[in-house]
Ligand binder design. Structure first.
Ligand code: TRP
Length: 453
């Protein structure tokens, strides 16, 4: 099936970066850095983004660009083209795609709970801006004690996402990303300047960049890997969808590289925003997923025009997260459209009940299911750990093997090696070595070390 292409180069970057730049950078990055000892995690994260994340970003974009299909249909055709009769019969790559799709829908459920929290902050800042009152510092606790509200907000988010997806990819995503990205970046830079003028900045920088590897445990490698995959939006077939809309002339490795660099930059920015506040306000203790909500409400409360900036910030964050949610749903919807020939609307609405049911326990984890804990982790944190620390590395292992061994070398070379690109042959060899051997080896080592040590 022929697809449309991005209307221009920037539309592609805005959409991929829009999907990469979201809750992963602003909500999750600070909290995993905080819970895993700071600098050592940050340094490893940056390194692994380049040597593990980037090769997979390029691999996923390549699957989409070569097949012009979503990941499930693409793996089907890759299996059918294989010279091995075993692969043609059993289509092993399809399982990679199924797991990728399942992970993507479950992540959307987790995402929806957090988006519900963001929506709550939007509402609170809006009402307090109108009434002119200051917000309570413990705003987040009020929400955590209200399970019904969390369920309601999560449901609203799922409804909005499904509605947008059912209306169509182009209008939905492109317009949204184009509108908010520049505004959000400008606001972030302004807020970072404010935050960097706080007294805790020096401590924050030391915490962020001074690597103290004594915090590393046997599980840390998997945690870093999971976060790298999550923040770069790989392991769910999303980049395959983006790649399938790429224009012929786009040089895939360069696109992947730019997306990676930008994503790292935004994560570091979000560290610059959050950690000076953490160290200045003496916010200590393991806040986990609530870190940015707790720190930012203190920050905005102390700032001139705080309610206004708080409102704009959370509206932008919500829209960024909505963009990502749309893509998370889009991957599965694309598949239903390609394979079952359903129309977009039917494909989108058919997912909604499943997503809601998966999200429900997570949104009740601070109230009704408060005492349901495993290894001291609440249901929400268990979801987060299971999906991001375990499922994403598993799927990415599959994807790296699929790209490394499943697609013929000739096809990959045709796309990769170009006369007008300097050193593209050498680049190809390095990349191919990484996806084929290095990435799988590191992921397997991550699992082995978390089990054995
Ligand atoms: N990268 C996104 C973030 O940082 C989350 C994400 C993971 C995502 N996979 C995705 C977004 C697929 C869109 C599509 O928050």
């Amino acid at each position: 099936m022929r697809r449309g292409a991005w209307s221009n180069r920037y539309a592609f970057y805005l959409a991929t970066i829009g999907s990469a730049f979201s809750l992963g950078n602003l909500w999750r990055f600070p909290y995993v850095v905080d819970s895993n000892g700071g600098g050592a995690f940050v340094v490893t994260y940056i390194l692994l983004c380049f040597i593990i994340g980037l090769p997979i970003v390029v691999g996923e974009l390549m699957i989409g660009r070569l097949s012009r299909l979503s990941i499930l249909s693409a793996t089907e055709s890759i299996s059918l083209e294989s010279p091995s009769p075993w692969v043609r019969k059993w289509k092993p790559w399809k399982w990679v795609a199924y797991t990728a799709n399942l992970t993507s829908v479950c992540l959307l459920a987790l995402y929806s709970v957090i988006c519900g929290w963001v929506l709550f902050f939007v509402m609170q800042y809006l009402t307090h801006l109108i009434t002119g009152r200051a917000l309570p510092d413990d705003l987040f606790n009020i929400l955590m004690n209200n399970g019904t509200l969390q369920v309601a907000l999560m449901s609203v988010h799922i409804l909005i996402t499904t509605f947008v997806v059912s209306m169509g990819l182009k209008q939905g995503i492109e317009r949204l990303s184009t509108l908010i990205m520049p505004l959000f970046m400008a606001l972030m830079i302004y807020l970072i300047f404010k935050s960097l003028s706080l007294p805790g900045t020096v401590d924050a920088m030391r915490f962020l960049f001074y690597p103290n590897f004594s915090y590393f445990t046997s599980e840390t490698l998997l945690k870093v890997l999971g976060h790298v995959f999550f923040t770069l939006s790989v392991g769910m077939g999303a980049m395959v969808v983006f790649g399938s809309y790429l224009r012929e002339e786009t040089y895939v490795p360069r696109s992947g590289f730019k997306v990676t660099i930008l994503d790292i930059t935004i994560s570091i920015f979000s560290g610059f925003l959050i950690f000076p506040i953490v160290f200045s306000a003496n916010i200590n203790g393991d806040y986990g997923p609530s870190l940015i909500f707790n720190t930012l409400s203190v920050f905005f409360n102390k700032m001139g025009l705080g309610n206004f900036f708080g409102l704009v910030f959370f509206v932008c964050l919500y829209l960024a997260a909505l963009g990502a949610s749309i893509m998370l749903l889009e991957t599965s919807v694309s598949h239903l459209i390609d394979s079952k020939k359903w129309n977009r609307s039917r494909a989108s609405w058919s997912m909604i009940v499943f997503i809601f049911l998966v999200a429900l326990p997570a949104s009740l984890s601070s109230t009704l299911l408060k005492n349901l804990k495993f290894q001291d982790l609440s249901v929400l944190r268990l979801y987060d750990k299971f999906l991001i620390d375990y499922m994403l590395p598993v799927v990415c292992l599959g994807i790296s093997l699929l790209v490394g061994f499943g697609i013929s070398k000739k096809k990959k070379q045709e796309l990769f090696i170009r006369e007008d690109e300097m050193d593209s042959e050498k680049l190809f060899r390095n990349w191919h070595f990484l996806v084929r051997w290095f990435v799988p080896a590191v992921i397997i080592f991550g699992f082995v070390s978390s089990i054995v040590f």
